[in-house]
Design a protein around this ligand. Structure first.
Ligand SMILES: C[S@@+](CC[C@H](N)C(=O)[O-])C[C@H]1O[C@@H](n2cnc3c(N)ncnc32)[C@H](O)[C@@H]1O
Length: 341
């Protein structure tokens, strides 16, 4: 037996670099959950100082901090642990515009099932139905709603600059989650009367955000299942934002049919999603979102532009057009119209 030649060792290292990325995520999730980034927002801290804030087992904390240093998630100088300013901004300061804590907590909720993806592929069944509580009130659903707010208020909000709502009077935000988009639309276009509809869990989060923004009474909140609800009056615009991937092809087509029925003649449907390109291998994030649906839902899967546009046309929408957003905003919109009578 002899030591492997360097070329072969390098092949092993290349492979292990991918396999060992799970440690980076695990360390990041644990440090975030324990409040380490928050504790480091005031500057570098010793192990004892961090332990006073974080609690738990001192030796285990030290092991995690030291591994995080080796993984370059943290730094260590003169016995003080520190974090890169971007990590402190994104994970340690809730008042920072760059704060991403809710998004990372959501990723943490799906990380466990993702690690068993092989089983989901073998059986064709999710590892755990993360989001299919009929009240939308599972841990993963709650984290998803907060994560969607993080994305919507920072990068996703671009939609209100790119789509004209100046002629909109009755807006339905179907599967509104935190309601971030429609609240921003109403603030910019005060003539819009918005109805925000979602399952009871997300609607409570939307209600909290509405109150936080001083908008109570300015929008209508409806806790209902989109497949069992019928509007008292038709809408002129419906926003279906980032929901179809949770439903999968059959229910998505059913929802598009329902949406057509909810619109007045000449009304418009905006389907916003993190669409796959028609090659199905890009962009990067939509392929990963697809994996979350694979391990966490019975029927969900992320969809491509082409198939979604085709479903819209099959449902009866005309003039379906694609609106792409900036490269840093993974959302895009397909917009279609209900024919005038
Ligand atoms: C990924 S979130 C998107 C939230 C929001 N539209 C946005 O873009 O930020 C998908 C939302 O669809 C909602 N949803 C899924 N199935 C639904 C149904 N049958 N009726 C109403 N809402 C539903 C979920 O509860 C969740 O809040």
């Amino acid at each position: 037996m002899q030591t492997l030649p360097l070329t072969e060792i390098n092949k092993q290292f290349d492979t292990l670099r991918i396999a060992e990325r799970c440690f980076e995520s695990a360390a990041l999730f644990a440090l975030f959950e324990l409040g380490v980034f928050k504790a480091l927002a005031g500057g570098p801290q010793t192990l004892q100082q961090l332990h006073r804030v974080v609690g738990g087992d001192l030796e285990s904390l030290q092991a995690a901090l030291n591994a995080a240093v080796a993984l370059k998630v943290l730094t260590k100088e003169n016995d003080r642990y520190g974090a890169h300013p971007s990590l402190v901004e994104c994970l340690g300061r809730e008042d920072s515009p760059a704060y991403l804590g809710d998004w990372v907590a959501f990723l943490h909720a799906v990380a466990g099932p993702l690690m068993s993806m092989g089983n989901a592929i073998r059986t064709g069944k999710p590892i755990e139905t993360l989001f299919e509580d009929v009240h939308g009130d599972s841990v993963a659903s709650r984290r998803m709603t907060k994560a969607m707010h993080t994305f919507a208020r920072t990068r996703g909000i671009e939609v209100i600059d790119r789509v004209d709502f100046s002629q909109t009077h009755r807006l339905l935000d179907l599967g509104c989650g935190p309601g971030t988009y429609s609240l921003a639309i109403v603030q910019r276009f005060p003539q819009v009367h918005a109805t925000l509809l979602d399952l009871p869990g997300p609607i409570e989060e939307a209600r909290r955000i509405v109150a936080e923004r001083g908008m109570t009474g300015k929008v209508e909140l409806v806790a209902a299942d989109a497949f069992r609800w019928d509007p008292p009056e038709p809408f002129d615009t419906i926003l279906v934002s980032n929901i179809l991937h949770m439903l999968g092809p059959d229910l998505s087509q059913k929802l598009l049919h329902r949406a057509l029925g909810f619109l007045a003649p000449g009304g418009r449907l905006i389907v916003q999603a993190q669409f796959l390109n028609d090659d199905l291998t890009s962009p990067r994030w939509p392929t990963l979102l697809n994996l979350m649906m694979l391990v966490g839902t019975d029927h969900g899967r992320n969809h491509a532009f082409g198939e979604t546009a085709q479903w819209m046309r099959q449902a009866g929408f005309t003039d379906v057009e694609l609106l792409r957003m900036s490269p840093w905003n993974v959302n895009s919109c397909l917009i279609g119209y209900k024919a005038r009578a």
